[in-house]
Ligand binder design. Structure first.
Ligand code: UDP
Length: 469
């Protein structure tokens, strides 16, 4: 498996690898790029079970890329330039193991060239986000011809088969400037996805039923699509108190009433401009709700995904909070810098809401634990996810209005989610239903488990046939 940079890609791929081992007896070599050797990533790789080994690809020269190059461009370039090294690694693996498949994630489709050169039979795309985004990327080669303006200037929301209509400005961020090389890269990926033998998607029918219905149908113009999710990181919630002290934010949650705390986090790399950080702080305070907030230093002067390659804050984030905020909210809130054990927090009985940037892993982790969301998207496909989640047909989140993120509005949305009788109650009920659907799908014989079993069956039968020949 090849993971392109970003914990949001690596974590679900590793979960897929764990599932392949536990359900199907398959071991995995997880390949990462040299550019991503952050402390966070190293610690994560070291924590994986012995059925998954990790290997870093040799560094490639990216010094010709301008410092302003989008992360999607960097990832795509790094992958394309790594094809020769990857080919020799795959040839080695073929010599020493029974290599049944090669899996690359959404920005890694160029690596299929390496798999083809090395003669790997099954090339799969792992899509760590949802069927809506997959539908968009698969349609990009034709949209590139038919949409002549910038997406943000589209007069009507974009309608794609089985998808909630997406207003132009909310469409996938890397598509928003057609003169930027990352737009071309995305169109290229859309065409390249067709080289895959199958697409495994980390989503499930209950959250996007119409898109699932359409993508499950066989279509000669694209590979078969298998919704195999939600695959999320499962941290063991029962810390062994005798050996390791309980993490401070979990100990704090232990002392709060059930479903009373709003968890606030912007993923592994997101940070806010300081003005929004301030309004959020004041909004949380005014909402009167309990909160646990993972703060990063603000994105001023940089991009909202400034921390993408390393989640550690570059400056002291506490210095950017409103004067006296931490003291005033001492009884109701806890602020932690940079990183929190998110799945443990979401699994905790005290957590009753999640203000999230709508990164797809965060969304899935929230749904698996039945936690309703406030949507505050930042970059990548997050706005598109927010539109879908807040749409009446899905109803898993309430979105903070894009324009007018002031303390008063933020406080109102937070209160509605946590204890409102209108929209808030509906969202809380819908998310409870999705939690059940997610668990049912992953059980032996459930839709997601059956989809993965079908893929593995194809891998092993094609390999068996080749061995016989
Ligand atoms: N995460 C975490 N602690 C944090 C921030 C993030 O454990 O403080 C994990 C989170 O549980 C999720 C991943 O990092 O599994 C973030 O992925 P997501 O797709 O939500 O967003 P991205 O980081 O790719 O924007």
């Amino acid at each position: 498996m090849l993971a392109t940079p970003g914990m949001g890609h690596l974590i679900p791929l590793a979960e897929l690898a764990k599932r392949l081992a536990s359900r199907h007896g398959i071991t995995t070599t997880l390949l990462t790029f040299a550019s991503t050797a952050s402390a966070t990533q190293r610690a994560f790789l070291a924590s994986l079970p012995s059925t998954i080994s990790a290997q870093s690809l040799p560094a490639v020269d990216l010094s010709d890329l301008p410092p302003t190059a989008a992360i999607e461009t960097r990832m795509s370039e790094e992958c394309a330039r790594s094809v020769p090294a990857l080919t020799s690694i795959l040839l080695d693996l073929k010599r020493t193991t029974r290599l049944v498949a090669f899996v690359a994630d959404l920005f890694g489709a160029d690596s299929f060239d390496a798999a083809a050169k090395a003669g790997v039979t099954n090339k799969c795309l792992f899509f760590p986000t949802n069927l809506h985004v997959l539908t968009l990327i698969l349609h990009l080669p034709e949209l590139d011809g038919s949409v002549t303006c910038e997406f943000k200037e589209l007069p009507e929301p974009l309608r794609l088969p089985g998808c909630v209509p997406i207003p132009g400005p909310d469409i996938l961020m890397p598509l928003q400037d057609k003169s930027d090389p990352c737009y071309r890269w995305m169109v290229h990926h859309g065409a390249k996805y067709r080289d895959a033998d199958a697409v495994l998607v980390n989503s499930f029918d209950a959250v996007e039923p119409e898109a699932a219905k359409i993508l499950r149908q066989p279509d000669p113009t694209r590979p078969t699509v298998y919704p195999i999710g939600p695959l999320i990181k499962h941290d063991n919630n029962n810390n062994d108190f005798a050996k390791t002290p309980r993490e401070p934010c979990l100990a704090w949650l232990d002392a709060q009433p059930d479903r009373s705390v709003l968890f606030v986090s912007f993923g592994s790399g997101g940070s806010l401009p300081s003005s929004e950080m301030r309004e959020l702080a004041l909004g949380l305070e005014r909402s009167g709700q309990r909160f646990l907030w993972v703060v990063r230093s603000p994105s001023d002067g940089g991009a909202v995904n400034d921390n993408y390659y390393d989640a550690e804050s570059k400056r002291d984030p506490f210095a950017y909070l409103p004067e006296g905020f931490v003291e005033r909210t001492r009884d109701t809130g806890l602020v932690v810098p940079s990183w929190a054990p998110q799945t443990k927090v979401l699994a905790h009985p005290a957590t009753g809401g999640f203000l999230t940037h709508c990164g797809w892993n965060s969304v899935l982790e929230s749904l698996v634990h039945g936690v309703p969301m406030v949507a505050w998207p930042l970059y990548a496909e997050q706005r598109q996810n927010a539109v879908m989640l807040a749409d009446e047909s899905v109803g898993a989140a309430i979105r903070v209005p894009e324009k007018g993120k002031d303390a008063e509005r933020i406080a109102a949305v937070v209160r509605e989610l946590m204890e409102g009788e209108g929209k808030g109650a509906a969202v809380r009920a819908k998310v409870a239903e999705m939690r059940k659907a997610a668990a049912d799908g992953l059980r032996e014989g459930g839709a997601a488990a059956a989809a993965l079993a079908e893929v593995v069956d194809k891998w092993t039968t094609t390999e068996d046939q080749l061995m016989e020949e």
